[in-house]
Design a binder for this molecule. Structure first.
Ligand code: SAH
Length: 386
């Protein structure tokens, strides 16, 4: 196995528990897509890593020892991951959740989600992809009860992004349960599946009283999963806004799957910034507004990036919020820290001369690496406005 010497800064980081490797950890990278032993300047073994560039970082530490990758290595990490999620596995009210989450389960670059009786693998770099056969074999030993699997390719270099992987094929669209609520999902249509599993804690809050009796506005609603959860939690009405036309049909399907009548639930296909103007013109007000934009978006007129522009969303949303209303502000931008996100929120409040009485971060749903803030990429605040 090749050896790579790391500087003292990187050594400290790795000893602290960080697993994600950055380009700046190495002065030059002589190779990629293989394993390497990382050693300190003094020559101490720090562990085994694999190097393979992906959207974030250039590789992952996978063990603190000298490690070969074989089936038993993967069986072991899958077994540990399964044990961690026993309570979810036993629940009859939830049949979809993340089974394996990158460095939260001690192997970065791979996630596996469960959707009912099917597994969904996501490969985040070429190295993990190259280990696919072994990973699947180990997975099937630990999860023999899952009847089939699909895959998503989340790095550049393959000619496809979604495919059937093994076992039975799932119906093109089927229902999963989350906290007793039905959602319609699809496993082989692009990179999305109809639901973002990481938002389960938010949907849980919405079911458990946060939305009761309220008029709810759901911005960047995709398939309106938040609106369905709010409706199931007794919301008086919901309005879901998304630019994509296909969101309409998918949103209605979620509502129908739960036998919810759609009279009090509206679906608007519109740019969010145009919707702000429209809603102000019609003097609409909401008691709960949910904001969950993509990290980066471009339309005909403008580009939007969470890092630079989130405050504008807060500022605009505040103009539509009833007195003492609640905002849910969410972002999955991994290039932004919790503190930077909080600052963006505060900038929006300052621009409207508004204040909040309580700002609370919701816990992460997926197992994350506690020693690396970047592992907890999803940041969600509930904000009670004064
Ligand atoms: N909140 C959703 C996920 C949002 S995904 C959920 O929990 O399921 C991001 C969505 O934003 C996509 O559906 C995309 O179509 C939509 N979108 C992107 N730019 C937009 C814009 N300017 N106005 C409205 N919707 C937009």
């Amino acid at each position: 196995m090749k050896k790579l010497v790391v500087d003292s800064w990187t050594e400290k980081k790795l000893r602290k528990g960080v697993q994600l490797l950055d380009g700046k950890d190495f002065s030059d990278l002589p190779f990629d897509n293989q394993l390497a032993e990382l050693v300190s300047k003094r020559g101490d073994l720090l562990g085994t890593a694999y190097l393979s560039p992906q959207q974030k970082g250039i590789g992952w530490l996978i063990s603190r020892q000298r490690q070969v990758l074989d089936e038993s290595y993967f069986e072991d990490i899958f077994q540990k991951a399964r044990a961690k999620r026993q309570s979810l596995e036993q629940s009859e009210r939830t049949t979809a959740y993340r089974l394996f989450n990158q460095d939260g389960d001690d192997f970065g670059g791979l996630t596996v989600d469960r959707y009912g009786d099917f597994a969904l693998f996501s490969w985040y770099n070429a190295f993990v992809f190259s280990q696919k056969e072994m990973i699947i074999k180990a997975f099937r030993t630990v999860f023999p009860d899952l009847v089939g699997a699909y895959e998503k390719v989340r790095f550049r270099g393959q000619s496809y992004d979604s495919a059937h992987l093994y076992g039975q094929e799932a119906p093109p669209v089927f229902s999963i349960l989350e906290n007793g609520v039905s959602y319609q999902v699809f496993l082989n249509d692009g990179l999305m599946t109809g639901i973002f599993l990481d938002q389960r804690p938010v949907r849980q809050e919405l079911i458990n009283g946060l939305a009761t009796g309220k008029r709810v506005l759901n911005l960047f609603s995709y398939t309106a999963a938040f609106s369905v959860a709010a409706a199931m939690g007794g919301a008086a009405e919901t309005t879901s806004v998304d630019l994509a036309k296909r969101s309409l049909e998918l949103s209605k399907a979620h509502f129908e799957a739960n036998h919810l009548r759609t009279e009090n639930h509206r679906f608007v296909v519109m740019d969010v910034f145009s919707y702000f103007k429209y809603a102000r013109r019609h003097e609409q007000q909401f008691e709960l507004i949910i904001i969950d934009p993509p990290s980066f978006a471009r339309n005909k007129k403008q580009t939007f990036s969470v890092q630079k522009d989130y405050h504008k969303l807060i500022q605009e949303a505040l103009t539509l919020l009833s007195p003492q209303g609640t905002l849910i502000a969410s972002t999955n931008a991994s290039n932004m820290t919790v503190e930077q996100f909080r600052k963006e929120i505060e900038k929006g409040f300052a621009a409207q001369k508004h204040h909040y009485s309580k700002l609370q971060q919701l816990p992460s749903d997926f197992a994350v690496n506690k020693h690396d803030e970047r592992s907890n990429y999803l940041k969600v605040f509930t904000i009670k406005v004064k």
